[in-house]
Write a protein that binds this ligand. Sequence first.
Ligand SMILES: Cc1cc2nc3c(=O)[nH]c(=O)nc-3n(C[C@H](O)[C@H](O)[C@H](O)COP(=O)(O)OP(=O)(O)OC[C@H]3O[C@@H](n4cnc5c(N)ncnc54)[C@H](O)[C@@H]3O)c2cc1C
Length: 411
Amino acid sequence: MRVVVIGSGIVGAGAAYHLSRRGAAVTVVDAGCQGGATRAGAGIVCPWVDHPEDDDWYHLTREGARAYPALVEELGEDIGYAKVGALLVAEDPVDLEPVRALLRRRHAAAPEMGDVVDVDTPTELFPPLSDGLSALLVPGAARVDGCSVRDALLRAAVARGAEVRTGVATLTPDGRVLLHRADDTGEGTRWSPAAAGAPADEGEHTSWRQAAPLSAAPAPVTPASPEALRLTDEGVPVEADAVIVAAGAWTGEVCRPLGVELPVFPRRGQILHATMEGVDTAWWPIILPRTGPYLLGFPDSRVVVGATVEDVGFSPRVTMGGLDEVIEAGLRVAPGLFSATVTETRVGLRPVYAPGRALIGPLTDRVVVATGLSAYGLTAGPFTGGIAAALALGEAPPLDITPYAPPRIGL
Ligand SMILES: Cc1cc2nc3c(=O)[nH]c(=O)nc-3n(C[C@H](O)[C@H](O)[C@H](O)COP(=O)(O)OP(=O)(O)OC[C@H]3O[C@@H](n4cnc5c(N)ncnc54)[C@H](O)[C@@H]3O)c2cc1C
């Protein structure tokens, strides 16, 4: 069976990995669009604290988190995965009670979260933290390096014969793939969140992490342009029996020739990396305040602080205002980072499906779509790729996809 995967972010790479393990002949095509989300993602894997009223999101992210340890073993290389735990912090201890109750309720069906405990002195675990915060530790939470996961998945797929090609893929109305060389303008979208009727938040209000856009003054949405990617040739057909569209925020554009308008739009996240010379940050827990930025440590004395949540169209830019927001709020939670060296800033476009859920399932008899993972794609991306792979091969997926199914187009 020949399968083309459009997009080599964490979802497409996950699909390629699972397909190649089942013996499919896989071609992955990626346009290298500016603003791919996987490269920018922070790497928090802690599904149990969010989506208290939304079982569909919760089950997808919980299964994604649960699948990681086996994946790490299968891949057999360092993907930056470590169970460092997550500290939920709040100024007022009362604010921790709802999430404590939620974790208690979910523990029996998700014992991998570990035994949640109060931490009296959180600065002992994460020294730059502000004094006087109350904290709960979720020991099973992990961090992962999104780029490393994607690269390792692709490498494993290539080792089994998959081919990775650079270029823009377009679909014909009957779901065949054309591969183009093209310039990525990095601009242009038909779907603004407002036009798509998007929810303002990334999760509902009762999630532990409040991920509503924080910017005081919303930046203008990039005006719609006819094509996000400027094509410079007619395109070369890539033969396939099935196609998986895992094109992140660009998925709506890619699927349009099929005659369907999928309201997938980009939600920008700006994030910064800093180093604390000579400090071992590798095993610091993830810091999850109820509002504002999260912080997490990586090897090489690195601390990641993020991220903005902005509905500004296809505009993958690092802005003064965005950095200001992250730094100002980050220092409020962790004033000990004041002298840390800013080494890098990243920006990515989270793929959001306007109805507010993930979008996974067959669009036509030969085209499967897998996107909409929003702020949870590093958690659920490899697992979602596995679902898409199963669907493309005509197998039963590892999770009931009814809640995520796209509108089906009769071709
Ligand atoms: C700042 C930030 C922090 C985040 N933190 C976390 C976190 O801590 N935990 C978590 O679980 N998730 C996190 N996320 C979310 C996560 O990163 C995303 O949900 C996930 O990376 C989406 O992966 P994807 O493969 O769907 O899309 P992408 O990574 O965007 O990949 C889509 C790919 O499709 C390609 N493409 C598009 N159009 C075409 C075309 N026509 N032809 C060929 N290729 C095409 C693009 O070049 C791109 O490489 C974060 C995201 C951001 C931005």
